[in-house]
Design a protein around this ligand. Structure first.
Ligand SMILES: [Zn+2]
Ligand SMILES: [Zn+2]
Length: 142
């Protein structure tokens, strides 16, 4: 989908109960509906998606990564969409897919860790994490 993404405080309407919610809310304030999640290829989340791939170009990565569903990301972003982050330990920059980048922009604390392409494994994000957005000193995941 190439429809423009909103940035800034836009309210959204709950598709279950019809309540209007402030943009920063991820759960509906009336019925508590949780934001729908999928894997990055839009398929349903399955129990083994966190298994680590052992060989090939994606070695070290999980079989699948969870993102906020497209309609959740379309509600608007609380941060700019950024595709690349730097691992402070090795200095390597990793670029991620658009749906992952948009999930970070919609819900910056969605993930507890992320993948470094140079180290070939996952490390923590957040206040005490090991990643900053490329070209800035802003930590990923806060
Ligand atoms: Zn609701
Ligand atoms: Zn690294």
């Amino acid at each position: 989908m190439n429809e423009p993404r909103r940035f800034g405080p836009t309210p959204w309407t709950c598709c279950d109960c019809g309540a209007e919610n402030e943009m920063f809310r991820s759960h509906c304030k009336e019925c508590g509906r949780e934001p729908r999640r999928t894997l990055t290829d839009r398929t349903q989340i399955y129990p083994g998606h966190r298994e680590i791939i052992q060989e090939g170009a994606r070695a070290g990565q999980q079989k699948g990564y969870v993102v906020l569903a497209e309609e959740e990301r379309a509600k608007g972003f609380v941060r700019p969409v950024r595709r690349s982050y730097k691992h402070l330990i090795c200095g390597g920059v990793t670029t991620m897919g658009q749906s992952l980048a948009e999930t970070y922009a919609r819900d910056p604390k969605f993930y507890s860790g992320t993948f470094c392409c140079h180290c070939g494994t996952h490390f923590p994000v957040g206040e005490n994490g090991q990643f900053v957005w490329d070209g800035s000193s802003e930590k990923v995941g806060i």
